[in-house]
Design a protein around this ligand. Structure first.
Ligand SMILES: CC(C)(COP(=O)(O)OP(=O)(O)OC[C@H]1O[C@@H](n2cnc3c(N)ncnc32)[C@H](O)[C@@H]1OP(=O)(O)O)[C@@H](O)C(=O)NCCC(=O)NCCS
Length: 150
């Protein structure tokens, strides 16, 4: 099987990361400026996945201490590289980093119709705790999901 390398993202990756974000989320994509902020912000963990040197996905999480919460902002895998365990490896690595930093809970928001993400997060032990009405636009509801890391 092809090796998936997980590494810290760097400012020089921004163009590729921005293209992947647009590919994954279309009009709901975070702006490039926000992705760049997440890469540079000292309290965030921004990891990229590479296959054969090419960036194929990423995850970004922010430490919301002193509350011991880590919040996942985005998780993206290029369409042609899905169902190969890339998101799982990114999520698993981020959770280990959260734990190493003393984070007790990992939280995230996901659109209620996003089956792929919901199945993935449930598999990882995330549980829905709150419905976020119209979070993604009119009649596009979100779910907040939480996992206890300790
Ligand atoms: C959600 C997403 C990140 C999953 O990435 P991925 O690399 O394909 O995920 P993995 O290969 O690690 O999948 C792990 C498990 O999640 C579940 N899963 C993933 N995609 C799925 C799908 N389309 N339908 C049902 N279950 C799915 C499966 O249980 C899968 O295990 P399996 O392949 O052994 O059956 C990817 O589809 C994506 O980038 N989507 C667009 C962006 C997005 O929605 N991000 C999450 C926002 S909160």
């Amino acid at each position: 099987m092809t090796k998936i390398a997980i590494e810290e993202a760097e400012a020089k990756d921004i163009e590729v990361l921005n293209e992947i974000e647009k590919e994954c989320f279309a009009e709901q994509a975070f702006p490039k400026s926000f992705l760049k902020y997440l890469i540079l912000y000292p309290n965030s963990i921004f990891l990229k996945a590479r296959i054969d040197g090419k960036i194929v996905g990423f995850i970004a999480g922010v430490l919301q201490s002193p509350h011991r919460v880590g919040r996942i902002y985005t998780l993206d895998v290029k369409p042609e590289f899905r169902r190969r365990g890339i998101a799982s490896k990114l999520l698993q690595t981020l959770e280990v980093e959260f734990k190493n930093m003393g984070i007790a809970f990992s939280i995230l928001e996901v659109e209620a119709t996003n089956t792929a993400a919901l199945v993935l997060y449930q598999k990882f032990g995330y549980r829905p705790v709150r419905v976020l009405k119209n979070y993604y636009g009119k009649n596009r509801h979100g779910l907040q999901m939480v996992k206890n890391l300790v």
